[in-house]
Design a protein around this ligand. Sequence first.
Ligand code: DX5
Ligand code: ZN
Length: 220
Amino acid sequence: MNKVRIAPSLLAADFGNLQRDVEMVNLSAADWHHIDVMDGVFVPNISFGMPVVKSIAAAAKKPLDVHLMIIEPDRYIKEFVQLGASVLTVHYEACAHLHRTIQLIKAEGIKAGVAINPHTPIHLLEDIISEVDLVCIMSVNPGYGGQKFIENTYAKVKALKKLIINKKSKALIEIDGGVNADNTPLLVEAGADVLVAGSFVFKASDPLAVIGNIAALANP
Ligand code: DX5
Ligand code: ZN
C-alpha cells in the first residue's frame, strides 16, 4: 500500500505566528501544507488571499496543497501556480465547466484536484475521474475549521475507491474536515490516501507530536 499522506490545514494555525507554524509543519511527519482559500461567496467565510499564500510559500518546505473554495477559479489558476502550488483543487459545485478547469490546471504542470461537498454524490464524478489527480471528499461543509466529521464520508470513500478502480484512474482520495485520531484508521481502511487535519493538529498542546501520531496511525 502507498504511504498515506498527512496535510495539516493552516487555516487553524496562529496567524500571528504563521511562519512559526509553517516551520513546525516543515519539521513534522506531514507530507503537504494544506492551504484553504475562501471567497465569502462560494462559502460563507473569507480566509486569506494571495499575500498570505505568498508568505506561507516563502516559509514552506513541503508541497503546497491549495484548496480553492471560490467561484470562477479559472481566473486565478496561473497566479496560484506562480505562488508555488503543487496541487490545485477546485470545487465541483463552483465549476460550470469542470473539465475545462481541470485541463487548465494540468496544462500548468501541477496536480489537478476536484473537491465535492457532503451533499454531492460520488457518481457525478464518473466522467471526470480519469482526468483528475485527486478527489477531495469534504467531510464537513466547507467554510470553517473545527466542525464535526460527517459519518456518511466512509461510504463515500468506499464508493470513490470502487469508481477509481473501475475507471483505472490514478486519483488520490483526500479527506478534509473533522479528521482526528479516532477516524484516521477507519478512513485509511476505507481507502483514503491523503488526510487533511486542521483543529486537531493546531489546537493541540503539541502539534508536532499530533502530526506524528496521525501519520503513524495512518501508516500502520
Ligand atoms: C474547511 C477546510 C478545511 C478545514 C479543516 O472548509 O477546507 O481544510 O481547515 O479543518 P478541521 O480539521 O478543523 O475540520
Ligand atoms: Zn481544505
